[in-house]
Design a protein around this ligand. Structure first.
Ligand code: EPU
Length: 419
């Protein structure tokens, strides 16, 4: 079993380069199934979710060449099956994008029930509602989902909840449908815009991505012969911004879009941290113990749930009592029990956690329950006194490329050890 061993405290200082966004990449790769041609995707994060998706696409007949560790050329002309490998698709969440993409391509697909981080109930009723309104029939079986459509026809779809996955999935299915699809109450995350930009580069006609009404005029086909660069990862950038404050450090975070980070910048300033915005990079530094705060996670442009645990680490040692209300996922406070093992005083109940700020954290063995919990525990390890061992690294490797190397380069005393 692998673990990360971190000896702290070490103020994180220097420069860190942000990779392409995981949650954009895991949608853009399935989106290549809509193309009858070859395209090149760069700034692709080299993380395990991306590697599994590439394996799935290869098993379905795609040819993939890795030009560098962050660039692939993919040829989806010879896809030869409507069945995605069930074992691989059930390993992670974003396999549900294969449904929208294959409905668009051939009108038929079966995938394993999407897995992913255990954050409480993760319904996909809005995806299914969208597919059905476009003319598909969807069957949820024991461990599988299959969808079929003779012909997809554009329609108006009102999302009952703001959902990143359902917005992207319906967009994928609608790109080659007959006529116009309107998605109302759409999610507005930067990766929604990125997937729309990718599809438009390949010949789709999607307007309004990034607002809550997206209009998709169906087109006959998508061409290849394009190169597309994945948007920088808002969540990875935010993780390092919060790591700078938690570790009492000073970081220049490069290759990011600071507009996407405004909600995090605002909170860091509110608690007494320092931020300088250079447009495509951002400097964040600590100068005094953070003030307490009240946080509520919300869909973009609100405070992202995917940075809630990392913010929790900062508030664990803030001056006073802070409150976090998690409004997206039922079970995203599992990391608080691990922080309590490190000396934090956090009481979590339902969707609310109360953080009684302590002076400092102490190293301990801790277990990541999901991807962002794992990132938060690494941040906590750099801030804590003594040795922290972080277990369950498979969660972290799903979404952060070279995480220990990046932390080492900015001063962390961190090592991956195989027990
Ligand atoms: N929801 C429904 N019905 C649906 C879909 C969603 O009720 O059909 C609810 C969910 O239960 C949740 C809310 O709507 O309460 C938002 O869910 P959303 O669909 O937006 O989440 P997702 O697409 O499953 C993506 C990211 C998550 C991130 C959320 C919220 C990917 C692969 N995953 O999940 O990322 O937390 O959006 O921003 O894009 C992570 O990266 O660590 C991660 C968990």
């Amino acid at each position: 079993m692998e673990k990360l061993v971190i000896t702290g405290p070490t103020p994180l200082k220097g420069e860190v380069e942000i990779n392409g966004a995981k949650n954009a990449a895991v949608a853009i790769l399935p989106a290549t199934l809509l193309i009858d041609g070859v395209c090149t995707i760069n700034n692709l994060p080299n993380i395990s979710d991306v590697q599994i998706l590439c394996k799935i696409l290869e098993e379905m007949g795609a040819k993939i060449v890795w030009n560098t560790s962050n660039e692939i050329t993919i040829d989806t002309r010879n896809i030869n099956t409507n069945q995605a490998p069930l074992d691989l698709t059930s390993k992670f969440r974003a396999s549900y994008y294969l449904i929208g993409a294959m409905l668009g391509r051939t009108g038929e697909i079966e995938v394993g029930m999407p897995g992913g981080c255990k954050l409480g109930a993760r319904p996909i009723d809005q995806h299914i509602k969208g597919f059905e309104l476009l003319g598909a029939t969807v069957e949820v079986g024991k461990g599988t989902i299959s969808a079929k459509a003779k012909c997809l026809t554009g329609n108006s779809i009102y999302m009952d909840v703001v959902s990143v996955g359902a917005t992207i999935n319906v967009m994928l299915a609608a790109v080659l449908a007959k006529g116009t699809t309107i998605i109302d109450n759409a999610a507005k995350e930067p990766h929604i815009v990125d997937v729309a930009n990718f599809l438009n580069t390949m010949g789709a006609d999607i307007r309004g991505a990034g607002t809550d009404v997206i209009k998709i005029n169906g087109v006959e086909k998508l061409h290849g012969d394009c190169t597309y660069s994945v948007v920088p990862d808002q969540i990875e950038a935010g993780t390092f911004m919060l790591a700078a404050i938690a570790s009492k450090g000073d970081l220049l975070i490069k290759n990011c879009i600071t507009k996407h980070l405004e909600c995090i910048t605002a909170k860091i300033l509110e608690i007494g941290g320092n931020v300088e915005d250079y447009g495509d990079s951002i400097r964040v530094w600590y100068s005094k113990r953070p003030n307490k705060a009240i946080i509520k996670t919300l869909p973009y442009p609100g405070f992202p749930t995917d940075l809630q645990p990392q913010m929790g680490v900062v508030l664990a040692t803030a001056n006073g009592t802070s409150i976090i209300n998690e409004s997206i996922w039922e079970s995203r406070f599992q990391y608080t029990e691990e922080l309590n093992k490190m000396g934090a005083k956090i009481t979590a109940q339902g969707k609310t956690a109360i953080f009684e700020g302590v002076e400092s954290l102490s190293g301990a063995p801790v277990y990541s329950s999901d991807l962002r919990a794992g990132a938060a525990l690494i941040v906590a390890g750099t801030a804590a006194n003594g040795v922290t061992e972080v277990y369950n690294l498979e969660h972290i490797d799903r979404g952060y490329e070279n995480i220990e190397e990046k932390f080492r380069q900015i001063g962390a005393n961190i090592e991956r050890v195989n027990e």
